[in-house]
Design a protein around this ligand. Structure first.
Ligand code: PMP
Length: 389
């Protein structure tokens, strides 16, 4: 006890005020958050069990019901990024031994294959080459053959730029005792999602893309069939942190509220504001805005001789656009030039598209004509500097 304290490790952290460059984030996400959303995030702290904070949580849930287009009251924000939403859905909807059919046409399907296996699912990977969606017939065949407990599809495959049509799948899943789980991380708010009308049972998303909030929150929806599965599980979900029986009880799903974890107070202010902006604009104008800018982008890129990676026009996603890197072009130099010259982020490929494509996001607050014009200009300049124009 009388021994002197050892010498403390010296402080090596920052001592100056934080300095962050201003960048236009036109990759696949995060996108720039709306200034009103950022302002909301700096409001005073509330306790995570304080009634004014519960009111904000209620407002978020009502906003999510609109964005998902559902009457189901089982919506909430998972504290964590899109992956936390993904893992919450898998951990709660998959019981050990359940068959899970996973639409696997990019890295998100591949991750769900991995994740569902970790939670004891018997995974059937429905493989498709990068750049293509699944036809109704392919999905029908996989569902009728395997009668899975869960079918996973990604509405917007951001590693490949593919949009998955969900028409008719709700009925197909109902007829086969299957729950339909959909990833909407890069699509929610940017392309139509009609959870009830399409018979989707569970959805997760992300805060940092079309919804124009910072990363860290995953909007989640469970329809009545998903809830029934959750409530009647024979085993507890293997993740305590993501147990939706417990998180749902914090969000008031079951008529009371009890502490499971500390809600992400400031981020939920931001989410509340992001949803208020969606409500102000309306979903149909938002979808139309994203679609129109996607068309404008491709018009400009086409004039530069650039081509879409996704062959079938019906499969092209408007929120994440994949552009083929032409023979002999240094894609990374184009990305670097865009950042160095214009402070614009354009991304390279991911997973199966690395080195093959550039990816341009058209999302939320960034989905404006002047930003599309700047991206086209950055491509023009980047190609010109390589003597390719
Ligand atoms: N799914 C899709 C379609 C995505 O685009 C992303 C993020 N790029 C994720 C899931 C994972 O989200 P996060 O990085 O927020 O965990």
């Amino acid at each position: 006890p009388d021994e002197p304290l050892p010498e403390l490790q010296p402080y090596a952290g920052p001592t100056t005020i934080i300095d962050v460059p201003s960048r236009l984030l036109m990759g696949p996400g995060p996108a720039n958050a709306h200034p009103r959303v950022l302002a909301a995030q700096s409001l005073p702290m509330l306790g995570h069990m304080h009634p004014p904070f519960f009111k904000i949580m209620d407002e978020i849930q009502a906003g999510l019901q609109y964005v998902f287009q559902t009457n189901s009251k089982y919506t909430l924000m998972v504290s964590g990024t899109g992956h936390a939403g993904m893992e919450a859905c898998i951990a709660n909807l998959v019981e050990p031994g359940d068959t899970v059919v996973v639409g696997n046409n990019g890295i998100w399907g591949a991750r769900v294959v991995d994740m569902a296996g970790r939670f004891g699912g018997k995974v059937v990977s429905l493989d498709q080459e990068a750049g293509k969606s699944f036809s109704y017939e392919e999905i029908k065949n996989a569902v009728e053959t395997n009668k899975p407990a869960v079918l996973f599809l990604c509405q917007g495959e951001s590693s490949t730029g593919v949009h998955q049509n969900l028409a008719g799948l709700g009925d197909l899943c109902r007829a086969n005792g299957t729950l339909l789980l959909v990833d909407t991380v890069c699509t929610l708010g940017g392309v139509p999602m009609l959870a009830d009308a399409w018979g989707v049972d569970a959805i997760y998303s992300g805060s940092q893309k079309v919804l124009a909030a910072p990363p860290g929150g995953a909007p989640l929806f469970f329809g009545p069939r998903a809830l029934e599965k959750l409530r009647n599980r024979k085993t507890k979900p293997a993740s305590y942190n993501l147990d939706l029986n417990l998180i749902g009880d914090y969000w008031g799903w079951f008529g009371s509220r009890s502490y499971h974890h500390t809600g992400m107070v400031s981020l939920w202010y931001a989410m509340r504001e992001a949803l208020a902006l969606v409500g102000e604009e309306g979903l149909e104008p938002m979808w139309a805005r994203h679609q129109k800018l996607h068309e404008d982008l491709w018009k400009g890129l086409g004039e530069l001789g650039l081509e879409p990676f996704v062959q079938n026009p019906d499969d092209r996603l408007c929120t994440v656009n994949t552009i083929k890197v032409p023979e002999g072009v240094d894609w990374a130099a184009v990305v670097k030039n865009a950042m160095d010259t214009y402070s614009v982020e354009i991304a390279g490929g991911l997973g199966p598209t690395v080195g093959k494509v550039w990816r341009v996001g058209i999302m939320g607050y960034n989905a404006k004509p002047q930003n599309i014009a700047l991206v086209i200009e950055a491509f023009r300049d980047g190609l010109k500097k390589q003597g390719k124009l």
